[in-house]
Design a protein around this ligand. Structure first.
Ligand code: NDP
Ligand code: 2IT
Length: 449
């Protein structure tokens, strides 16, 4: 689909030819560029200084071998990635994803999204992302530790508390962050806030664990409120059952909603009485088990094999919190046909372009992940602040800052949509508000990157 501006379309076409195999990356770039048409037309400096052409190319891409020894004594090899995409407004910041399908396209799409997301938080963080095609699922703690130590032995050369601050993402939680932090400390002989999502005993922030899911619901609540709605009495689908999904469930429930369906990559559960997030915590955080074992705790619930079917469950609100492109056109049509009022993204890019067209076309509320899931990285920014001042704030302090940040992001997206695009188009507003901040910083710093 051609972008309706010669400069933007030219950049996209060139990128699509150069990186034809990087389909997720191209999808993310296209989604942003097509919403920037009115911005580029309103201010000639962006084209004159080729701001967009510079933004779509990472400042630095690091690829490395990660050898490690499994429990049987066999030497395994995985691929490691860190894409340092944009440092215009702060040190590179973004998570690490450990999953078997990780490749450069996925890391670049995530890094590109992170630039705009981090700008939206109003905190000084540039965009970056990394990870590996190593999957912690099914590995022993000792194997995960050896992998994390090997991964950090190379990554240490490229990161630092004022340079690049990684965190978690899919497959990287408290356990992995702990092993990587320990190895960083040993290799550098320094105790710094080089990673976020750390444990509370060694510099982590209260409420970081909950932050992405809570932030998603704070954002959705502000968006619903602006449209005369709320979570009160609404049924909710939350896909996934990891970090984001678990705490989205908790907060949506606290706000008066009822989460009736959750999933993992094998299948989904439906519990019309509402899924207690504490049961999910036990299954996923303590036992590292599959979602189908929910039936051992709540025998009246239903389990269905295959994760895609979750979008056919009738509910008022859909919150995809698993992975990219999990809602395709067909699933979007099912969500609309079931009479939902909104889709609020907790995952990064969970809706395909065709799905977004169906959702927005039917008049549903729609928030893109880079706005509605920004609470995780925002709270990582708050963890960095606490590490710098060597203090820790209370849960309530962090949580209330998070809530304020999410409400501000909603307001900024709505204002940018109204000024440059269509009032209420939060997708366009998110891209534009994030872009403007990074673009101004790049203009001010000259052609340095
Ligand atoms: P976790 O690893 O904690 O959980 C991921 C969940 O998604 C698991 O339930 C997993 O199931 C499921 N899942 C993963 N891939 C697929 C797939 N292909 N199909 C169906 N289900 C799948 O990750 P997070 O909760 O941290 O991340 C979830 C999403 O949120 C990601 O898109 C991530 O980028 C995004 N995000 C995360 C933030 C954070 O702070 N953690 C911040 C902002 C965004 P299984 O157990 O079967 O693998
Ligand atoms: O996608 C994301 O924003 C994250 N995985 C969180 C990144 C972070 O640095 O906290």
């Amino acid at each position: 689909m051609a972008i309706n501006n010669a400069y933007l379309n030219g950049i996209y076409e060139e990128l699509a030819a150069r990186y034809a195999e990087q389909t997720e990356f191209l999808e993310a770039v296209h989604e942003v560029l097509e919403t920037l048409v009115p911005v580029v037309e309103a201010d000639p400096r962006y084209e004159q200084q080729n701001i967009i052409g510079r933004m779509v190319e990472p400042e630095r891409t690091i690829l490395f071998r990660v050898p490690w020894v499994d429990d049987a004594g066999k030497v395994q090899v995985n691929r490691g990635y860190r894409v340092q995409f944009n440092s215009a407004i702060g040190p590179y910041k973004g998570g690490l994803r450990f999953r078997n399908n990780v490749n450069l396209s996925i890391i670049k799409f995530l890094g590109f999204e992170q630039i705009f997301k981090n700008a939206l938080t109003t905190l000084p963080m540039g965009g970056g992302k990394g990870g590996s095609d190593f999957d912690p699922k099914g590995k022993s703690d000792a194997e995960v530790m050896r992998f994390c130590q090997s991964f950090m032995t190379e990554l240490v050369k490229h990161i630092g508390p004022d340079t690049d601050v990684p965190a978690g993402d899919i497959g990287v939680g408290a356990r992995e962050i702990g092993y990587m932090f320990g190895q960083y400390k040993r290799l550098t002989n320094s105790f710094t806030g080089v990673l976020t999502g750390k444990g509370l005993t060694y510099g982590g922030s209260l409420a970081r664990t909950q932050a992405t899911g809570f932030g998603l619901c704070y954002f959705a609540n502000a968006y619903l409120k602006a449209n005369g709605q709320s979570f009160e009495g609404k049924t909710v689908i939350v896909s996934g059952s990891g970090n984001v999904a678990t705490y989205a469930n908790q907060k949506a429930t606290q706000l008066g909603g009822k989460v009736i369906a959750m999933s993992d990559s094998n299948g989904y559960i439906v519990d019309e009485n509402g899924i207690d997030f504490k049961v999910i915590q036990v299954i996923k955080e303590q036992k590292r088990a599959r979602i189908k074992t929910y039936l051992d705790y709540v025998p009246t619930a239903k389990y269905v094999e295959g994760c895609k079917g979750i979008w056919t469950v009738k509910a008022d609100i859909a919150m995809p919190c698993a992975t990219q492109n999990e809602i395709d056109e067909e699933s979007a049509k099912a969500i609309v046909a079931n009479g939902a009022i909104g889709v609020f993204e907790g995952a990064n890019m969970p809706c395909t372009p065709e799905a977004i067209a169906v959702i927005k076309g039917a008049g549903l509320l729609y928030s893109p992940g880079k706005a509605s899931n920004a609470g995780g990285v925002a709270t990582s920014g708050l963890e960095m602040s606490q590490n710098s001042e060597r203090l820790s704030w209370t849960f309530d302090e962090v949580d209330s800052k998070l809530k304020g940040i999410m409400e501000t992001i909603y307001a900024d997206c709505a204002a940018a949509a109204e000024k440059y695009a269509t009032a209420g188009d939060i997708q366009a507003g998110a891209n534009i508000a994030g872009f403007l901040k990074v673009a101004e910083a790049m203009l001010a710093q000259g052609v340095c990157y």
